[in-house]
Design a protein around this ligand. Structure first.
Ligand code: GTP
Ligand code: MG
Length: 159
């Protein structure tokens, strides 16, 4: 594997904060979104980049809606690692559980980033079942708290 360039794919349920996380890491990131009533949702992909200790990191954000499974499949090809963004204001959902199962059986290095920890209804313990066995930092993508540090630690642990 060429460790000077890493492709990291960001997974997670609809509205978990994947696009916000990529924007926190790279303010110049690109996003393909559609307006769904008042809120915007990713229909294609997010793309952001950063550099950590001379390693170029390419972040590809996937859409969270079930109907975009084919986009998740395409974006997953050739990934070096994956980050599952979990919305700690919500209960653990089937998509997040299924993605963790898929990543675990594929042997791909992955982490579960426990997002929205700034929110009064945040309860990271909801994700114990999928977060226990992997690196699972608490972050807030919207305030930026612990986002860069968590990504750096994930890269240091696996690459
Ligand atoms: N309080 C709080 N809100 C957040 C955080 N991260 C994201 N949000 C909010 O959650 C909503 C969804 O964020 P997105 O980043 O669009 O979520 P997504 O996972 O990319 O959504 P899809 O691409 O549609 O699946 C937005 O209103 C964000 O402002 C966070 O850390 N804390
Ligand atoms: Mg998105």
């Amino acid at each position: 594997m060429d460790r000077s360039r890493l492709k990291i794919v960001i997974f997670g349920a609809y509205n978990a904060g994947k696009s916000t996380f990529i924007r926190a890491i790279d303010p110049e990131s690109h996003h393909i979104e559609a307006n769904n009533c008042e809120i915007s949702t990713t229909v294609g992909l997010d793309f952001g980049r950063t550099v950590i200790d001379n390693q170029k990191i390419y972040l590809f954000g996937t859409p969270g809606q079930d109907r975009f499974e084919f986009v998740r499949d395409i974006l997953s090809r050739g990934m070096d690692g994956a980050i599952v963004v979990a919305d700690t204001t919500r209960e653990l959902d089937d998509l997040t559980r299924q993605i963790c199962r898929m990543l675990s059986s594929s042997g791909c290095p992955y982490a579960v980033f426990l997002n929205k920890c700034d929110h009064p209804e945040s309860c990271p313990g909801r994700y114990g079942a999928i977060a226990e066995s992997v690196y699972s930092p608490e972050i807030s993508a919207v305030t930026g708290t612990n986002t860069s540090e968590a990504l750096r630690e994930f890269v240091a642990l696996h690459f």
